[in-house]
Each structure stands twice: as structure tokens, then as C-alpha cells.
Design a protein around this ligand. Structure first.
Ligand code: ATP
Length: 248
């Protein structure tokens, strides 16, 4: 049977400040149960694509001016980020936004706010998050602002998990983290995908790591998809090797 497509972005254009054309017709699909990587260098348009999907461009004076975005067949362009969360899609923003003055556990609890879940269900979800992120359990009483960059990234993903998402849009999880931590976080993403069935669209500059953990990849350059394919094929592609993996 063919894999179900959850998210479908078709030929979107994004313009900032009415004049700066940043996405020039981007199309991509996120299948159910997959890890899809959105790759490309600094300024290629990865964050813009994620924000277009979660409808977070307004505050940046950006707008989708062409194309369409569907989730499970429903046009979602006019939905608020909160309404999208209710449909199962949540974004973890670049720079791991945790509330610095709250503890790790309080941060995680804020992720459950969109749900009208019972106390029991929420504590079961907290337990689920701690199972995947044992470091968060250890640090649960610590003020988030005093935890490490890696722990804050974990906290941001954990908080997103508390909304019981079907799809997580993960922006640059490797940013600023030591290689060993990057491996740890990607390993957890893989486990969440395999065991909880969470689908991921992850934006990454770190092509090497992303293509080892993702199933499928799209490469953006100056607001256009210039290459796409199964992660394995991209890893073996001579151009990808030369320009993105630093080997030739
Ligand atoms: P990065 O890894 O730096 O986040 P990216 O691939 O995610 O890169 P975007 O952040 O989407 O790229 O930026 C794409 C282009 O849009 C860049 O040229 C950037 O300067 C421009 N841009 C981003 N935000 C705005 C904004 N609010 N107003 C104007 N231009 C913007």
C-alpha cells in the first residue's frame, strides 16, 4: 500500500515586507511515519518554509503569496498555529525556546495546554517524555535557564511531545551543540519516530547527520528545491557529497 501523505506543500512562494521573494515555488511532502529532512545552507529558506507551514510568518512581515499547504487533505494556510496544533502539527523553533524562569518540568507541562486531557493522561505523557529523555527527568526541578544547550533543546522537543503531535516540524536541532549531543538528540528523534510513530519534518544545515537519520531529503538553494530523494540516494550523490558532505 502507498504511504499516506500527511503534509503537502505545493509550489509556495513567500515574500517578506511585500518585496523580498524568499521562497520561489517550494513543493514537498511529508509521509506518515517518516523522517523528512529539509536541507540547505544558511539563508536557503528552511526556516521560512517551516514558518509558512505553521503560519508563523505574520510577525515577520512575511506572507505566502502563491501555492498551497494541505494537511491530511485539508487546506491549512488560514489556520492559526494553535488550530494546527489541534490537528496534530507542532513546530519546535530554532534556538530551543524554553521559558528560562520555569523548571524543566513546568516547561513540559506548558506543552499540554492545548489539550483537554485528564490529569492522569498528562502525567502519563510526562512519563513518556522522561522515558525518551532521561536527562530531562534528572533535571526536572532545575530552572531551564540554567540547564545546558542540549538539555534546552531536549526540553523544547519534550514540550512539543506533550501536545501528542502526529507531526513535529523541527528547526535546526543540531544548532550550537557538540557532535555527541547532536547524535544523542537525533537518536531520540529516530526512537520517537519508530516507537511512537511521530512524523518529522526537520530543517538542518548539518547534512551529514540529517541524511543518516532521515528517510527522505529535500535540498533547498535560494528558495528552490534543487534536489530530492531517499536519504540513502542523496548520501551517495556526487554533487551532494561535494557540496554538502565535504567529501569528493
Ligand atoms: P538559517 O539556517 O540561517 O535559518 P534558512 O535556510 O532557515 O537559514 P531562512 O531563515 O528561511 O533561511 O531565510 C531565507 C532568506 O530570507 C534569507 O535570505 C533571509 O535573510 C531572509 N529573511 C528571513 N527572515 C526575513 C524577514 N523577516 N524579513 C526579510 N527577509 C528575511
Amino acid at each position: 500500500a502507498e504511504t499516506e501523505t500527511l503534509l503537502e506543500v505545493s509550489n509556495i512562494e513567500v515574500i517578506y515586507n511585500h518585496v523580498i521573494l524568499v521562497l520561489k515555488g517550494v513543493s514537498l511532502k511529508v509521509p506518515k511515519g517518516g523522517i523528512t529532512a529539509l536541507l540547505g545552507g544558511n539563508g536557503a529558506g528552511k526556516t521560512t518554509t517551516l514558518k509558512a507551514i505553521s503560519n508563523l510568518l505574520h510577525s515577520e512581515r512575511g506572507a505566502v503569496t502563491k501555492g498551497s499547504i494541505h494537511y491530511r487533505g485539508e487546506r491549512v494556510q488560514e489556520l492559526s498555529p494553535e488550530a494546527l496544533v489541534k490537528r496534530g502539527v507542532i513546530q519546535v523553533m530554532e534556538g530551543r525556546h524554553c521559558f528560562e524562569h520555569l523548571t524543566i518540568e513546568e516547561n513540559l507541562m506548558t506543552g499540554a495546554y492545548t489539550r483537554s486531557a485528564s490529569k492522569g493522561a498528562v502525567s502519563a505523557d510526562l512519563e513518556m517524555v522522561y522515558t525518551y529523555f532521561p536527562r530531562l527527568r534528572e533535571r526536572r526541578k532545575s530552572q531551564a535557564g540554567y540547564t545546558s544547550g542540549g538539555e534546552q533543546q531536549m526540553c523544547a522537543i519534550g514540550r512539543a511531545l506533550m501536545s501528542r503531535p502526529e507531526t513535529i516540524l523541527l528547526d535546526e536541532p543540531s544548532m550550537g551543540l557538540a557532535p555527541q549531543l547532536v547524535e544523542e538528540i537525533f537518536g531520540i528523534v529516530r526512537d520517537l519516530n519508530a516507537r511512537e510513530g511521530v512524523s518529522f519534518l526537520l530543517a538542518e544545515q548539518n547534512t551529514n547527520v540529517a541524511l543518516r537519520f532521515a528517510h527522505h531529503g529535500y535540498i533547498l538553494e535560494s528558495g528552490r528545491v534543487v534536489m530530492e530523494g531517499p536519504a540513502q540516494d542523496l548520501r551517495e550523490n556526487p554533487d551532494v557529497k561535494e557540496f554538502y558532505l565535504g567529501v569528493s
